[in-house]
Design a protein around this ligand. Structure first.
Ligand code: GLN
Length: 496
């Protein structure tokens, strides 16, 4: 048997289903890989070896009983630590939740377990998913498997790095402003943000509730679509969940893999073709789009004049919602409690706990959001940002009357060295320049590998109308037939 950690999730599902390899063997191989490389990558905050082996054995036993297994049964998966996992530590990479073991599973976890998938553990992230480099984790940085001196993107850097380093074939990320796609782009993996409301937020620790969207991270498009089908679909426990079936994403990915895009219109966003991206990224994205044209696609330039206001609007809306959502970490209900000596007032204990428990970026967001929502400023900041959000949505709608999908770089720059953007928050926020518009609109968007710039991966972003996730997967899968796939370094031998 060749090394199963190099296989795709689809292949692993097939091999396990046919009994050529056991789920337990596959799980052990990935746990061994984690043991081999994760001291260098640090993708995981918590590895649940015991739970993983038990889950794998249950799949093998079901197969032995003659049960029909689903396409991802026995396939290992890594979960971003912002998703509630019953009995398994869930910290959001924050000191304030250290030691918290949720008493329940997120809806997407219930679905992952029901599909027979094997959770390997919880992955590192920027604290409460606020950041673009995973440097804001309270538990140390994650390293990019392509260059261990560089960031793996964020906030879901751990999930992307785990997949890129062959520690897991699949992972779950969450995307509020780009946290699935941007880490995908800079680690040479696929990061897919479903339509907002297409995947349940129940049990996802809330950052910005009108934007938060869980989704797949993988090494190829079909694997992302298979996972999307497992986790997607209506959930009555999430009030903004869309009461409709998952779009036929797997079928679309298979269709795209035939490499035919005849008649598909790609919208090139004029406002994103200017100075924004560094030259190597712009060149790789141009080459990728040329390759899609060779498959039969047509390129149409479209204008989305309000996209340039997406970043400032997001940095009012997301912190505003975060300031409200994070009020629940009050030293009473969850995790950390500091200074409760029986003498201090409740307010003092809350204040000491929040002072000690939250990192600087989270505090910055809470202060910003509280200010934007305060009486007298509400209309000027939060209200204006909501109006901009509507204008951006209208830009998308107008564009989709002319084209099927929009294409753009995923990020303006490749993975940067540690520390390069931590001193100036605005420089960090710029990482999401191209990903934020689709969050404000709510449509699906995916990042697929689009070659290298200076030896580091570049991502091509494909954005589609809401609930047209299948269209996005078709174009994304076609990309793989035209653009050479990226082989991440193996982290063995000279890489060690
Ligand atoms: N980097 C963005 C932020 O810091 C996006 C985060 C995310 O998508 N979770 O808010």
């Amino acid at each position: 048997m060749t090394d199963v950690t190099r296989a795709t999730a689809a292949e692993l599902g097939r091999l396990i289903g046919s009994g050529e390899v056991s789920a337990e063997e596959v799980t052990r191989a990935h746990l061994d890989r984690i043991a081999e490389v994760d001291d260098r990558v640090h993708a995981f905050l918590h590895v649940d070896a015991e739970g993983a082996i038990a889950a794998a054995r249950a799949v093998d036993a079901a197969r032995a009983r003659g049960e029909q297994l689903g396409p991802l049964a026995g396939v290992p998966i890594a979960i971003k630590d912002v998703i509630a996992t019953k009995g398994v530590p869930t910290t959001c990479a924050s000191k304030i939740l250290e030691g918290w073991r949720p008493p329940y599973d997120a809806t997407i976890m219930e679905r992952i377990h029901a599909a027979g998938m094997v959770m390997l553990g919880k992955t590192n992230m920027d604290e409460f998913a606020m950041g673009s480099s995973t440097e804001y984790s309270a538990y140390g940085v994650t390293r990019n498997p392509w260059d261990l001196d560089r960031i793996p993107g964020g906030s879901g850097g751990g999930s992307a790095a785990a997949v890129a380093a062959y520690e897991a074939p699949l992972a779950i990320g969450t995307d509020t402003g780009g946290s699935i796609r941007q880490p995908g782009a800079v680690t040479g993996t696929v990061g897919s943000k479903p339509t907002y409301g297409g995947t349940s937020r129940y049990g996802l620790v809330a950052f910005s509730s009108s934007l938060d969207t869980p989704g797949p991270v993988s090494r190829n498009v079909l694997d992302a679509a298979l996972l999307h089908e497992v986790i997607g679909g209506h959930d009555p426990r999430d009030s903004t969940s869309i009461p409709a079936p998952v779009p036929p994403v797997v079928e679309a990915a298979r269709r795209g893999a035939t490499g035919d895009l005849t008649g598909v219109r790609l919208g090139l966003v004029r406002e994103f073709t200017g100075e924004g991206a560094e030259p190597g990224v712009a060149a790789a994205v141009r080459d990728a789009i040329d390759a899609l044209v060779k498959l039969g696609a047509e390129v149409v330039e479209v204008s989305c004049p309000h996209f340039e206001y997406a970043l400032p609007a997001y940095y009012l809306i997301a912190p505003s919602e975060a300031s409200s959502n994070l009020a629940r970490f009050d030293s009473v209900r969850y995790g950390l409690r500091v200074g409760d000596d029986g003498q201090r007032s409740l307010e003092e204990v809350m204040s000491l706990t929040r002072e000690a428990g939250f990192g600087p970026e989270v505090k910055r967001r809470i202060i910003l959001g509280t200010y934007a929502l305060s009486a007298g400023y509400y209309d000027a900041y939060y209200g204006q940002a909501q109006k901009v959000r509507t204008l951006i949505t209208n830009d998308f709608k107008a564009a989709f009357e002319q084209v099927d999908v929009l294409v753009a770089p995923t990020t303006p720059f490749v993975a940067f060295p540690f520390g390069a953007r931590t001193s100036d928050p605005y420089q960090m926020y710029l990482a999401d320049l191209y990903t934020i518009p689709s969050n404000l609109y709510g449509g699906p968007a995916i990042s697929v590998p689009a070659g290298l710039s200076g030896g580091m991966p570049v991502g091509l972003q494909i954005m589609a109308p809401t609930m047209a996730d299948d269209r996005m997967y078709r174009v994304a899968a076609a990309c793989e037939t035209a653009i050479p796939t990226l082989t991440p370094p193996t982290l063995s031998g000279s890489n060690a």
